[in-house]
Design a protein around this ligand. Sequence first.
Ligand code: ADP
Ligand code: MG
Length: 211
Amino acid sequence: MQTFSELDLIEPLRRVLDDLGFNRPTPIQATSLPPILAGRDVIAQAPTGSGKTAAFGIGILSHLDPAQIRCQALVLAPTRELADQVGKAIRRLAAGIANVKVSVFAGGVSLSPHLASLQHPPHIVVGTPGRILELMQRGALDVSGLRTLVLDEGDRMLDMGFDESIAAIVKRLPARRQSLLFSATWPDEIRELAKRSLRAPEEIAIGDELG
Ligand code: ADP
Ligand code: MG
């Protein structure tokens, strides 16, 4: 795949990629987007800065129904900073699609604004595993309509000890969903995480940061 126009993208996504100056897909986007758009589970290894966020962002937004006011996509990231970055990047990609709400929930700050915000459910939630699990356990974050799970920076989340939180979150998600795992390195622990969380994933590896 050489150009985004080879993908059957919805018009607002096509336009926003133009506006952002994303003229051609990066290698990870070119290889992961066809299976992602086809609804397959994907485990993708690619170095930092290779464009993984747009790969899963385009996937999430392609499968989203803005008319359904419920959480349809969940992105787990290792830190507040990364969750904020991912939230911003997805909002940029969603700019041309009417009424898409993206919320970021990371730990280290008081829970009450997050609980209040969830009174009006977002379509897309980005957050750190500990805080997301807490919001689910309190019954504040309803994931029964979830279509897409993204585990971003999988290796770093495991390094930070989020393994059990991730497992507890995944257990509560609908079995019929798409799961995408992105990681810069691919150690054995990532393979284990993939085995537990993904279903017959397409495996993609780009670049040289083999873990
Ligand atoms: P990763 O998550 O793989 O580390 P990011 O998703 O943060 O990388 O992307 C790195 C940078 O590349 C971002 O600034 C993003 O806007 C830019 N980018 C992503 N895809 C493209 C593209 N197809 N063309 C040009 N720039 C891109
Ligand atoms: Mg990233």
